[in-house]
Design a protein around this ligand. Structure first.
Ligand code: HEM
Length: 554
């Protein structure tokens, strides 16, 4: 048995290498992994010079050439769990039990997930197939009937929570709450808090947004200012969400903001490491490469006074006074036992902010690139925004009328997306879907989103960016959930943050267009290409966008 496995491993390696595409993919994946490792170890050196000083090149060489491949090779989680019934896409040179088959497939998926998923859809239509992601084999579903079934499945059968825990992973491995989105509580707090205080929350979010936008983009009217698009949008978004999560004045405390940024980076590094090393080696590498625990300790110190203020308010208002209860106060009120300890509470709060940090910035930047490369769209949008704002100002009702802005954002999200896979679930027992598709216990499933969002029976010219295709139909708002529009999910777990988020995205986009001329950096003649990392679709990381304050801006 072992011998035949080994032989098929060797055969599959040769088969893979004989294909030019395979070679290109593998070399790309190696170069991506090596660059990431170099980044990680540069950081390790700067954090712990006593340990790494002078040895970094050797350590990097050792890890990239030996230790990591060996660790990864013998990692159990890469083996297929009884998924032989599902055809393999991305690499099918041998049985899926082959380690090499997994790694060739996973390397290709890392750099070309949309291509792999397209290949699967073209080959198998609505039938499930499996792909190797860096974390594990994943069964991919494209059938609308399967999607609806998964979206409404009971947690006891197909677990959303287990799949999330598995993807984020930081919680268990580091014994710290950061990175664990604790979705149930966050979803509940969001639903109750936002629904009851929408007007007040939107006004605060808007105040924070416009203040940081003006600070970052400047007020000069004659000169173009060129700034990196994604990192700038990210900075503004994070600042705005801090106003929502911890409130004023802490959200404007520069020490707090820089800690939040550092913690985001720590978690991002941990998440990359998780994809490169087996789970048992992850805590060691993650601790070495990040300063998560010390940064959370520091954040705990800063959050202390705000939590104390909430506690004394709670004592004052034995019956909750809705007007006095912001998000942090609600979290304090809902946290009991170990969760109410200041450090755990801080970690949990940071976990929430991290869980929702990158997708909003990615969504806005995707749209910004479309606009910056096609500045002629700006005038159409201004013709909508300017009269509304002159008449009604910026508020929930006026922003709701901006249907062209909404349509532009939705079309950009349809064409780009933030992930090519959604609806990750883990089977908690052996079970069968209604058409008999068997899912063994422990297997991970996900839905491929492009077949839904680029379906020619739903969309005319589905691959074309037509920014105003949804603007005449209020049923087609970006927040509307339908079985054809899955950007914010569907069914039980559909995103509860989407209304506030969309308000924020619309205000930010509309304000930028109304107050600034916007154009893409001189080096680009077409829209800067997206960066693909596994199923993640990130707007170009380095492209610049130029802004110039409009003279007649209000
Ligand atoms: C562009 C940004 C965002 C996108 C594309 C997005 C998308 C989604 C999707 C697709 C789901 C459902 C996942 C599934 O069924 O597997 C979801 C769930 C969720 N989202 Fe978002 N989201 C975004 C931003 C946010 C923000 C800003 C918040 C909070 C402030 C948030 C909070 C949540 C929560 C708590 C859940 C879990 C709901 C539950 O457990 O029932 N999301 N999101």
């Amino acid at each position: 048995m072992e011998q035949s496995l080994f032989a098929s491993d060797i055969r599959s390696i040769f088969e893979a290498l004989s294909l030019l595409k395979g070679i290109k993919t593998i070399s790309l994946a190696i170069s991506v992994s090596t660059r990431l490792l170099v980044l990680i170890f540069e950081r390790m050196m700067s954090q712990s010079p006593f340990m790494w000083n002078g040895h970094a090149p050797r350590i990097i060489l050792l890890l990239t050439s030996g230790v990591i491949p060996v660790l990864v090779f013998f990692s159990k989680r890469r083996r297929a769990q009884n998924l032989d019934d599902f055809p393999t896409v991305g690499c099918s040179f041998g049985p899926s039990r082959c380690f090499s088959n997994f790694y060739v497939g996973a390397s290709r998926f890392l750099v070309d997930a949309p291509g792999v998923l397209k290949e699967g859809y073209e080959k198998y239509g609505n039938k499930p197939f499996k792909v190797a992601t860096m974390l594990r084999w994943t069964v991919v579903l494209t059938d609308p009937q399967h999607m609806v079934e998964i979206a409404n499945a009971a947690e006891e059968d197909l677990s959303f929570r287990e799949a999330m825990k598995d993807i984020m992973g930081v919680d268990d491995a580091l014994k710290i709450n950061v990175g664990s989105p604790d979705h149930d509580l966050l979803a509940e707090l969001l639903k109750s808090h936002i629904a009851r205080n929408a007007t007040k929350i939107c006004a605060e979010v808007q105040d924070e947004l416009l203040t940081s936008l003006e600070t970052v983009l400047g007020n000069e009217s004659d000169d173009w200012t060129s700034i990196p698009a994604l990192s700038t949008v990210s900075r503004i978004m994070v600042q705005t969400w801090q106003r929502f999560f911890v409130g004023y004045p802490l959200c404007r405390n520069s020490e707090w903001s820089s800690l939040v940024a550092k913690i985001h980076k720590d978690v991002a590094i941990s998440s990359v490491i998780r994809r490169l090393v087996p789970s048992w080696a992850f805590p060691f590498f993650a601790r070495m490469a990040s300063n998560l625990e010390a940064n959370v300790d520091h954040a705990t110190m800063l959050l202390g006074p705000a939590v104390e203020a909430c506690t004394s308010e709670m004592d004052e208002y034995a019956v909750p006074n809705e007007k006095k209860f912001d998000f942090l106060a609600r979290l304090v009120r809902r946290s009991t036992g170990e969760d109410s300890l200041l450090r755990n509470l801080t970690a949990r709060l940071l976990g929430f902010t991290i869980a929702v940090s990158s997708t909003p910035s990615n969504t806005l930047t995707h749209a910004l690139y479309h606009l910056a490369i096609n500045p002629e769209f700006a005038q159409v949008l201004r013709d909508e925004v300017d009269p509304i704002v002159q008449r009604d100002g910026w508020n929930i009702q006026s922003v709701a009328k901006m249907s062209k802005i909404d349509s532009f954002l939705r079309e950009s999200a349809r064409i780009n997306g933030v992930s090519s896979l959604g609806f990750f679930r883990q089977a908690t027992r052996d079970l069968s879907l209604s058409d008999g598709t068997f899912l063994p216990e422990g297997c991970t499933i996900a839905v491929s989103l492009p077949p839904f969002h680029r379906d020619s029976t739903t969309y005319e010219a589905p691959d074309e960016f037509r920014p105003f295709r949804f603007s005449d139909n209020p049923e087609h708002s970006i927040t509307t959930i339908t079985p054809q529009w899955l950007f914010f999910g569907y069914g039980k777990h559909a995103c509860p943050g989407r209304f506030l988020l969309t308000y924020q995205l619309k205000v930010m986009f509309a304000y930028m267009i109304s107050a600034y001329d916007i154009r893409i950096g001189d080096e680009w003649t077409s829209r800067p290409p997206n960066f693909i990392f596994g199923e993640g679709i990130v707007p170009n990381l380095s492209a610049h966008v130029s802004y110039r304050r409009r003279r007649d801006a209000h």
